[in-house]
Write a protein of this length. Structure first.
Length: 198
C-alpha cells in the first residue's frame, strides 16, 4: 500500500480504479440508464474539479497568503518559484474543468438557458438558484484566467516585470483571490440549495 501512496500518479490511478469498482456496483444495483448516467458522470466530474479549484483557492487564502510574512526571506523563493506556480497550474485548470463540466451538466439536465436567465422565463426557484451559482462561478472563473493568473505571472517573475509592477500585480492577484473566496460562499450555497431545497 505504501508503494501506491508514495507516488501521486499511482494514488490517482488507484482512486480511478476504485471509482470504476463503484461504477460496476452501480451497474449491478441500478442497471444502465444512459441519460441518468451521463448527467451523473458530469456532476461527479464537476464536483471533482470544483473541489480542486475551491480547495486550492482556500489554501491560498487561509494558509499561504496569511503565513507568507512568517516565512524567512531566504525560504520565500521556494514558495514563489516552486509551490505557487504548481498550485496555480492546478488552480486555473480546475477552474476551467469546473466551468466546462458545469455547462455540460446544465445542458444535459435541460436547464442551461433557464439558469443563465436566472429562472426569469419560468419562475422556477431551482433555476434561479443554480443560475446565481453559475453566474458567480463564471465571475470567479473569469477572475482566475484574466486577472489572477496574468498578475501572478508578473508577481512571481514568470514573465518579466519591474519590482513596482510585481508588487502591484501581487496585490491585485491577492484582492481578486479574496474576491473569489468571498464569492465562493454564496456560490456554493446557491449550487447546493438548487440540488436540495427545490
Amino acid at each position: 500500500m505504501a508503494g501506491i501512496l508514495s507516488d501521486l500518479n499511482k494514488t490517482i490511478v488507484a482512486g480511478i480504479v476504485l471509482a470504476v469498482v463503484m461504477f460496476l456496483i452501480y451497474l449491478g444495483v441500478q442497471g444502465f440508464g444512459a441519460t441518468e448516467f451521463w448527467a451523473f458522470l458530469f456532476r461527479w466530474l464537476h464536483v471533482l474539479a470544483g473541489v480542486m479549484w475551491i480547495g486550492i483557492l482556500w489554501y491560498f487564502n487561509f494558509v499561504q497568503i496569511p503565513n507568507m510574512g512568517k516565512i524567512p526571506d531566504e525560504q520565500k523563493p521556494a514558495i514563489g518559484k516552486v509551490i505557487a506556480p504548481a498550485a496555480l497550474f492546478w488552480f486555473r485548470w480546475a477552474a476551467m474543468g469546473t466551468i466546462i463540466t458545469g455547462i455540460i451538466l446544465a445542458a444535459l439536465n435541460g436547464y442551461l438557458l433557464e439558469a443563465i436567465l436566472l429562472g426569469l422565463t419560468d419562475s422556477v426557484g431551482k433555476h434561479t438558484m443554480i443560475g446565481i451559482g453559475m453566474w458567480l462561478g463564471t465571475i470567479m472563473w473569469f477572475n482566475v484566467w484574466f486577472i489572477i493568473w496574468p498578475n501572478q505571472k508578473r508577481a512571481l517573475g514568470i514573465v518579466d516585470a519591474d519590482a513596482d509592477s510585481k508588487a502591484k500585480s501581487a496585490r491585485t492577484a491577492m484582492l481578486f483571490s479574496r474576491t473569489n473566496t468571498m464569492l465562493s460562499v454564496p456560490m456554493l450555497f446557491a449550487m447546493v440549495s438548487a440540488q436540495n431545497l427545490f
